[in-house]
Ligand binder design. Structure first.
Ligand code: DX5
Ligand code: ZN
Length: 219
């Protein structure tokens, strides 16, 4: 396959004492997006960071910011994420009783809309909403923490979702989030993924820019 994977680099495992340096590293790399993991301590058992940090990143970032909201009632904050500079915004299927309305709201604020699915949530549930989504994030770990192990059952979900998107003639992107590294990225691409989150594997690497290049060039 000729297509190369899109890389969205998560700052969850960055050095928050020296965040600017890590954002510049992402700027200098082949990453396509910056992935912002927003956690409220309710939807997931962890709290990450909020608007002051997003706004600070926005001032330095030279790649589009793609935020992944792991929060309850995300509609409350959609407009503020747009104002803070995010161009893509994803909400969790499991957190949105009125998902259609949430996606409409994201689009009305001028952002691309995304739906994130927990590992236990079947992709078939997206059948009647898929045409509203620019992006679907398939969680390949339980959301809340970086550095977890990839859940193998994600592979079948990628294939099913790819078939649904192609059958409907949509250009919705499939993003895989959690436990992705240079050794499994080619299998995700071949199963039908368009984009992967590069998280702790990058920040653990001796040369993060080079590690992102290896992920980008995986086939
Ligand atoms: C997990 C987050 C991920 C996380 C991925 O809740 O959504 O984006 O940063 O980190 P790694 O790549 O370390 O699994
Ligand atoms: Zn994420």
């Amino acid at each position: 396959m000729d297509k190369s994977i899109l890389i969205t680099s998560s700052v969850l495992n960055a050095d928050f004492g020296n965040l600017a340096a890590d954002i510049r590293m992402i700027n200098d790399s082949q990453a396509d997006f910056i992935h912002l993991d927003i956690m409220d301590g309710m939807f997931v058992p962890n709290i990450s960071f909020g608007f002051p940090v997003v706004e600070a990143i926005s001032k330095i970032a030279r790649k589009p910011m793609e935020a992944h909201l792991m929060i309850e009632q995300p509609d409350r904050y959609v407009e503020r994420f747009a104002k803070a500079g995010c161009s893509w915004l994803s909400v969790h299927y499991e957190a949105c009783p009125h998902l259609h309305r949430s996606l409409q709201l994201i689009k009305s604020c001028g952002m691309k809309s995304g739906i994130a699915l927990n590992p236990h949530t079947p992709v078939s549930l997206l059948e009647d909403i898929l045409d509203m989504a620019d992006l679907v994030i398939l969680m390949s770990v339980n959301p809340g923490f970086g550095g977890q192990k990839f859940i193998p059952a994600t592979m079948g979900k990628i294939e099913k979702l790819r078939a649904m998107i192609d059958k409907a003639g949509l250009d919705t992107l499939i993003e895989i989030d959690g436990g992705v590294n240079k050794d499994n990225v080619a299998s995700l691409l071949n199963a039908g993924a368009d984009m992967v989150v590069a998280g702790s594997a990058v920040f653990k690497a001796e040369n993060p820019v080079e590690y992102i290049r290896l992920m980008k060039e995986a086939r």
